[in-house]
Design a protein around this ligand. Structure first.
Ligand code: AMP
Ligand code: TRP
Length: 329
């Protein structure tokens, strides 16, 4: 079986963009690959860090992923900073990565714009740490949302640069996208993202979700109740496509095109279907938060397992680079 590796930042609660764009796929794929999922707390440091809330955010993310269906036995879910090796390999990769490659990364340019007062070296180096995450475990398949594709392409290049210089060591990984690699936010204009404040959280209060949905943007052509619309232009319809069963979806399509269904009714159906998908996740989430010890122990055990694998790779890399202990010369 091939190795699958992916990561997620502990920046807050999971939202439906993460879920439908990536996590739901991870749940399916864990049966086909040797799966690693990493809660990337070191990556999260580059934007902002609150040491007081970090441990809770890491825990919440791990529990959230298990609640979504990540299998405790099938997938090795672990916390990045608990495994020595990620930062070591980053440094090594820094020495084979051209600066220009990092400067042209879209995410770097966007984040540097957004956080002008905090353009730290880590922000630029972010994709190198990501490459180190993947290649430390010799990951071949990397399921992510569309925003990460450029970083995965760079990972492939870094592997190539390293292999060329020091001999074949790392595989060339590939990004694996879902059919919905870019879920739009409730504003309908931008990608759903915690930092944009346009999300629906998986564990969010039901009333809160309905409040947000009820004012969310719809088809701009449907100003009055009787105006017909084009479902393909409606953000709410794009959410329907994620969860609504086919026959109901066809009825909604027909109803919105002919104005037989009003936007608010269309949203009510979406809310019903969304809750049917999220309720089991929510229940599992609450059950797991009541047993923190089990989750803590599992994360510690997985970090141990990853540490062994990471050590093996680092040793191989060091040997190839001539970084041997002097007594071995
Ligand atoms: P992040 O929360 O940025 O660490 O992202 C975790 C995973 O969710 C990554 O694979 C992202 O590409 C994916 N993701 C985040 N937001 C979205 C979105 N709006 N649509 C699709 N995928 C997303
Ligand atoms: N940069 C990714 C994101 O923001 C998270 C990430 C870190 C990752 N390391 C990774 C994703 C390795 C895939 C593989 O979503």
């Amino acid at each position: 079986m091939k190795v699958l590796f992916t990561g997620i930042q502990p920046t807050g609660d999971l939202h439906i963009g993460n879920y439908f764009g990536a996590v739901r796929n991870w749940v399916r794929l864990q049966h086909e690959y040797i799966s690693y999922i990493c809660v990337v707390d070191l990556h999260a440091l580059v934007i902002f860090n609150d040491p007081k809330t970090m441990p809770q955010r890491i825990f919440d993310m791990a529990v959230g992923l298990y609640a979504c269906g990540i299998d405790m036995e099938k997938t090795t879910l672990f916390v990045q900073s608990e495994v020595p090796g990620h930062a070591d390999l980053t440094w090594i990769f820094n020495t084979v990565t051209p600066l220009g490659e990092l400067e042209r990364m879209t995410q770097f340019k966007d984040k540097a714009q957004q956080h002008r007062k905090n353009v730290n070296a880590g922000l630029l180096d972010y994709p190198v740490l990501q490459a180190a995450d993947i290649l430390l475990y010799k990951g071949e398949v990397v399921p992510v949302g569309e925003d990460q594709v450029q970083h995965i392409e760079l990972t492939r290049e870094i592997a190539r640069y390293f292999n060329k210089r020091y001999g074949s060591t790392f595989p060339e990984c590939e990004a694996l996208l879902t059919e919905t690699p870019r879920i739009m936010g409730l504003d309908g204009d931008q990608k759903m993202s915690k930092s944009k404040g346009n999300t629906i959280g998986l564990i969010e209060d039901k009333e809160e979700i309905w409040k947000k949905l009820s004012v969310a943007k719809t088809d701009p052509a449907r100003i009055r109740r009787n105006d017909p619309g084009t479902p393909e232009k409606c953000n709410i319809y794009s959410y329907h496509k994620l969860i609504t069963p086919e026959t109901e979806l066809a009825e909604i399509h027909q109803g919105c095109s002919t104005a037989a269904i009003g936007c608010i009714d269309c949203k009510k159906i979406l809310f019903k279907n969304l809750m049917a998908e999220l309720d089991p996740i929510r229940n599992k989430y609450h059950a797991l938060t009541a047993k923190p010890k089990e989750v803590h122990e599992l994360l510690a055990e997985n970090a141990k397992k990853c540490t062994l694998q990471a050590k093996k790779t680092i040793l191989e890399v060091k040997e190839k680079m001539g970084l041997k202990p002097v007594w071995k010369i």
